[in-house]
Design a protein around this ligand. Structure first.
Ligand SMILES: Nc1c(C(=O)O)ncn1[C@@H]1O[C@H](COP(=O)(O)O)[C@@H](O)[C@H]1O
Length: 152
C-alpha cells in the first residue's frame, strides 16, 4: 500500500493535524506522522524529503504555522506531490502561513489548502484523490464518501 507522510513543524500543531489522520484512517491509507522543522532541524528535514520516494511515500502533507517554510523546503527536495496546510498558530491566525505556503515561486509547487482544520481534512482527501488515480478500490471509497456528504 502507498504511504502518505504527515509532517508538521511542531508538536503544538498536532491537534489540528490529527484531522488528517482521521480521514486517512477512514480510507484505509497508510501514513507516517513526523514533527520536522525546516528551522529547527534543517538537515533532517532535507534528508527526509530526499529519501521520501525511495522510502515508499507517494504524497507528502506538511502543516506549519507562522513563517511556514516546511512545505516549501520539502517540495524543493522531492518531486512527490506536496500538500501544504497553513496553521493558525500565531497572532496573524494563519494568514502568515497561508501566504508563505501558497506563494511558491514557479517550478516548485505546494498544493495549498485552507487554514486550519478544514485544510487538514482537505489535505487528507486530496492525498486520497491522488492515490486513487492508480487505485480502483480507493476511487470507489471516494465516490461513497461524496455520496454521503463528504464528511465523517
Ligand atoms: N513553520 C514552522 C516551521 C518550519 O516551517 O520549518 N517549524 C516550526 N514552525 C511553526 O512554528 C509554530 C510554533 O511552534 P512552537 O509551538 O513549537 O513554538 C508552529 O505552528 C510550527 O508549525
Amino acid at each position: 500500500m502507498s504511504k502518505v507522510a504527515i509532517l508538521m513543524g511542531s508538536k503544538s500543531d498536532e491537534e489540528i493535524m490529527q484531522h488528517c489522520e482521521k480521514y486517512l484512517q477512514h480510507f484505509g491509507v497508510d501514513y507516517e506522522k513526523r514533527v520536522l522543522s525546516a528551522h529547527r532541524n534543517p538537515i533532517e528535514t532535507i534528508e527526509f524529503a530526499r529519501s521520501a520516494e525511495s522510502n515508499g511515500f507517494k504524497v507528502i502533507i506538511a502543516g506549519a504555522g507562522m513563517a511556514a517554510h516546511l512545505p516549501g523546503i520539502i517540495a524543493a527536495n522531492t518531486s512527490l506531490p506536496v500538500i501544504g496546510v497553513p496553521l493558525p498558530s500565531s497572532e496573524l491566525n494563519g494568514v502568515d502561513a497561508l501566504y508563505s505556503i501558497v506563494q511558491m515561486p514557479p517550478g516548485i509547487p505546494v498544493a495549498t489548502v485552507a487554514i486550519g482544520k478544514a485544510g487538514a481534512i482537505n489535505a487528507a482527501v486530496l492525498a486520497v484523490e491522488i492515490l486513487a488515480l492508480q487505485n480502483e478500490e480507493l476511487r470507489k471509497k471516494l465516490e461513497e464518501f461524496r455520496k454521503q456528504g463528504s464528511k465523517l
